[in-house]
Design a protein around this ligand. Structure first.
Ligand code: GLU
Length: 283
């Protein structure tokens, strides 16, 4: 019998604002799942967005997570220090002729593709197949004076499936639900899809717990993992938390940021108890 892999989970916040109650809830779920499995948690700082990233948000995020009593195996991993890994993955995709340079602007794509599907925060229009170079076209080298975006050529018509531990069976048709997506940006940074897939594989993550708005991204990441010959983790996409008006919490919801709750004297234990009441199966 094959030995069961020890559970390794992760929290992967982006330091582009203050964490709110929705993050706390997702991280609590991740923690409970790791505990129940006798596993460990890692903390990954998703700091690749150089424009929105702020160092004080990193400090705040660590402070807020500690306030809630969350722990992880040190050290925290920062995506900005892991560029070589992402670049090596890009190189492999390039060697396998699975990516191509894309010079189309966002506007070109939006105009040709029409409105994006309803799917969540990570949605983008399906990349128009007519913009894709023929498979046999010679692939320019990765290193070049002229910086371009690189996209993964997705297998149109393929059906991807996974069973989500929270949301149940999930299915997407490639080319219909999403198209060729960015793996490397012309500002010379990896895309979230590439970095996340590479990290989950390299860190040996066995289960990814995150918000349900990322389900469509999961299909993209599954394609990256398959293209790199890496096994996929299991997934648990937590239902999203809405405010009292039914609007999904975002980093601009300062009233429900963990900072504000702390400043108002809210007891962290009471927050965790509320999660345990909402998810008795995890408590
Ligand atoms: N850093 C991403 C976010 O805060 C989450 C990425 C993930 O869990 O895969 O939305």
């Amino acid at each position: 019998m094959a030995a069961l892999k020890t559970y390794v989970g992760r929290y992967a916040p982006s330091p582009t604002g203050h964490l709110h109650l929705g993050h706390a809830r997702t991280f609590w779920i991740a923690q409970q799942r790791a505990r129940a499995a006798g596993g460990t948690m890692l903390l990954r700082n998703d700091d690749l967005d150089a424009i929105r990233f702020r160092l004080d948000f990193v400090a705040a995020m660590i402070e807020d997570l500690h306030w809630l009593g969350f722990t992880w195996q040190e050290p925290m991993r920062a995506q900005s220090t892991r560029r070589d890994l992402y670049r090596a993955a890009l190189q492999r995709l390039h060697e396998a002729n699975l990516i191509y340079p894309c010079t189309r602007s966002r506007r070109d794509v939006f105009e040709a593709a029409g409105a994006p599907h309803e799917g969540g925060a990570d949605d983008e229009p399906v990349y128009p197949p007519q913009f894709r170079p023929p498979l046999a076209a010679p692939l320019p080298p990765l290193e070049s004076e002229v910086r371009v975006n690189w996209r993964l050529r997705v297998p149109d018509g393929a059906t991807l499936e996974f069973v989500d531990a929270a949301a149940g069976p999930q299915r997407a048709v490639v080319g219909r639900d999403f198209g060729d997506f960015l793996v490397w940006r012309k500002d010379d940074t990896p895309s979230y899809q590439l970095a996340c897939a590479v990290d989950d594989a390299e860190m040996g993550i066995t289960e990814v717990v995150r918000g349900a708005d990322l389900i469509r991204s999961t299909f993209r990441q599954l394609l990256v993992l398959t293209s790199l010959g890496q096994p996929a983790p299991a997934y648990y996409h937590a239902p999203l938390l809405n405010d009292e008006h039914g609007v999904r919490l975002a980093k601009r919801h300062d009233a429900l940021s963990l900072r504000t709750l702390r400043e108002r004297g809210v007891n962290p234990e009471s927050i965790l108890r509320q999660f345990a009441t909402e998810f008795p199966e995890l408590g």
